[in-house]
Design a protein around this ligand. Sequence first.
Ligand SMILES: C[S@@+](CC[C@H](N)C(=O)[O-])C[C@H]1O[C@@H](n2cnc3c(N)ncnc32)[C@H](O)[C@@H]1O
Length: 212
Amino acid sequence: MKKKIIIVGCGPGAEEYITPAARAAAARADVLIVSRRLKEFFPEVAAERIDSGVDIEGTLNEIASRRDTGRQVIILATGDPGIASLAQPVIRRFGRENCEVIPGISSIQVAFARLGLDWQDARIISAHGSDPEVSAADLRAAEKIAILGGREGSLRWAAGLIPELGKGRRVFLCEDLTLPDEKFREVHADELIRIPVSSRAIILIIQGELLS
Ligand SMILES: C[S@@+](CC[C@H](N)C(=O)[O-])C[C@H]1O[C@@H](n2cnc3c(N)ncnc32)[C@H](O)[C@@H]1O
């Protein structure tokens, strides 16, 4: 009997942001699908570990072969699986009815929490793997923009975007949130092209009046 694939949000990095529900799910794994960042998570779980890497199709095939033998496959996602994770490719391939998602605390939530700002109307853009195909015209009406961007290229992309959005934007660079090296600082848009950035980074672009 094939088991449902469980996709588990593991939070932004720190132990205390892993929910009890995530721990309970991980403990049931026969097979854990892990990204480079999540390799060290749940060392107490004696499951086979498969690196999800960049080859999504290859990872989906590995999942299928383990699931076909009746094993419980658990996929670990950073933050929440609803933002830029393997969840959607997995659900498309195996069907919604064969998957379960356990939410986690997203790095986006933490970034807005650091600013003390709500985020129900934020635009979330992923510049994580490559520059996004979204134009400044599309974003001009957004007063809160969060860019996932742990690459120098994504900072350069944001630096080009910000002047196109109109006046009065404030920019915050949020790196390694919840981890011991966490940095949260306000920057000028033109600084973004020369700041070395952590591979875990979010750029918040906020209309200044919202922060007064
Ligand atoms: C593949 S996306 C996954 C996002 C994740 N699903 C979430 O909800 O946080 C990876 C991106 O998340 C952001 N990220 C993840 N952990 C972070 C952290 N601790 N601090 C800052 N940004 C983080 C970075 O923008 C990174 O490029």
